[in-house]
Design a protein around this ligand. Structure first.
Ligand SMILES: CC(=O)Nc1cnc2ccccc2c1
Length: 420
């Protein structure tokens, strides 16, 4: 027999898993719709060049790339943002700005299985193209809060850490670190909460960032208030202005209490240039729930003309773990409206006709396909959480009737078949 397990690091979705996934993706899509976003998608297989970045990111180190039968270098997408950038470049001047696009797509990584981590997950992305001001970030943060509220999480359960890479940029500039090292320094500094400090210092030193600079960077990242940040980088710094404006907008939306200013948030993607943020569980048990930020120079890095862009990715794994921990994970049942049962083989065409009519009327109908006893039909209808059991019996059918059992009200009636 073949191996019935899915490939290493991947998951199967049995019906009960699919019902949960459809519920979660339904919440993602509902929030996107309520914010007026349009859905896009792109192939899970992309040219490798779309993801080749030389900043030492984990996401590109673990690219699921290979050479196809046409000797083309291709990769399974590790994230959706570069594909979005490709579509924006492809549409060019014809793209009406601002554009607000969302996607829900499977993303891949090739990890040495030593860590036994998953190699795929589904990500919900929302991105705003063409808005340079932090009003765009404020709108995306509102969408994340809306999702949390829809799935039953409160600001006591989760929060969103917010900062700006402009903080790091101003510190590094003060210490004379060249701008071209900026992305790589961010990728390394992002590892601070995953690696011991000396490891991070080693990696920074390897980039030629002297120890004194590292102390300066680390002291900036340990600040805990916008005022203190202002004292360090100057009241008129762009980072401070952006973040003050962002918190003012958050007040307007009513979600300010969900936000935490935390300059230690840098995120691990090389292309972020401004505000960055990540959703976290306040109990501190889990990895980031979602993350995102501004990336105004991604199009330029792909050879196109820059346009301001900001977005986030929201994975399908951590949120489910969190809802499980909180006892808030729904278990959507398999439900139909009607179970139709012919009580003998000669009535099967009649039963099929009744099922068709009910289906055309929008009912979800399970038509029993084999000769079954009444007892079985009852149990079957209960398993399917059906509202009605429709029995097609010879004597009633002679009068053009069927027997309908209302399984909620425990009532039964003989009614004309075409009255259902
Ligand atoms: C918790 C989890 O499954 N993370 C995950 C799983 N697969 C990925 C695949 C690509 C990029 C990031 C990924 C992240």
């Amino acid at each position: 027999m073949i191996d019935t397990q899915p490939p290493r690091g991947t998951r199967d979705f049995f019906p009960e898993d699919m019902r949960l996934r459809n519920w979660l993706f339904g919440e993602f899509a509902a929030v996107s719709a309520s914010f007026g976003f349009e859905q896009f998608d792109a192939p899970v297989l992309e040219s490798e060049e779309l993801f080749v970045r030389k900043a030492g990111e984990e996401i590109t180190d673990q690219l699921y790339n290979f050479e196809d039968k046409g000797q083309r270098r291709v990769a399974l997408r590790p994230e959706l943002t570069p594909s979005l950038a490709r579509l924006v470049l492809q549409r060019g001047k014809a793209l009406t700005l601002p554009a607000k696009w969302f996607a829900i797509g499977q993303c891949w990584r090739y990890e040495r299985t030593t860590r036994g981590r998953r190699r795929e997950h589904y990500q919900w992305n929302m991105d705003i193209i063409g808005v340079p001001g932090v009003e765009a970030e404020a709108e995306l943060l509102a969408a994340i809060v809306a999702l949390f509220e829809r799935v039953g999480l409160t600001k006591e359960d989760v929060g969103i850490k917010v900062s700006s890479r402009k903080v790091l940029q101003s510190v590094l500039t003060q210490y004379g670190v060249p701008p071209e090292s900026f992305a790589r320094v961010c990728v390394i500094v992002d590892k601070l909460d995953k690696l011991p400090r000396e490891k991070v210092e080693e990696e920074l030193a390897a980039l030629g960032v002297p120890a004194a600079t590292i102390d300066g960077v680390l002291s900036a990242l340990s600040l805990r208030s916008l005022e203190a940040l202002g004292d360090l980088v100057g009241r008129d710094s762009e980072a401070v202005a952006d973040l003050n404006r962002l918190f003012e907008l958050a007040e307007g939306y009513g979600y300010k209490d969900w936000l935490v200013f935390d300059p230690s948030v840098v995120r691990g993607l090389a292309y972020y240039t401004g505000v960055v943020f990540e959703g976290f569980d306040r109990a501190g048990q889990l990895r980031a729930i979602c993350g995102g930020g501004r990336y105004d120079r991604l199009l330029g890095s792909l050879g196109g003309a820059d346009s301001p862009m900001v977005g986030f990715g929201f994975g399908d794994a951590v949120i489910v773990e969190l809802l499980k921990d909180k006892g808030k994970l729904p278990a959507p049942p398999h439900t139909v409206d009607d179970v139709v049962v012919p009580l003998d083989a000669s009535l099967r065409p009649a039963a099929a006709g009744i099922a068709s009519r009910l289906r055309r009327a929008g009912r979800r109908v399970d038509l029993v396909l084999e000769a079954k006893k009444m007892k079985w039909a009852f149990k079957h209808a209960e398993k399917l959480h059906a509202s009605r059991l429709v029995l097609v019996g010879a004597s009633e059918w002679e009068r053009g009737n069927v027997v309908v059992k209302d399984l909620a009200k425990f009532e039964q009636a003989e009614v004309p078949a075409d009255s259902l």
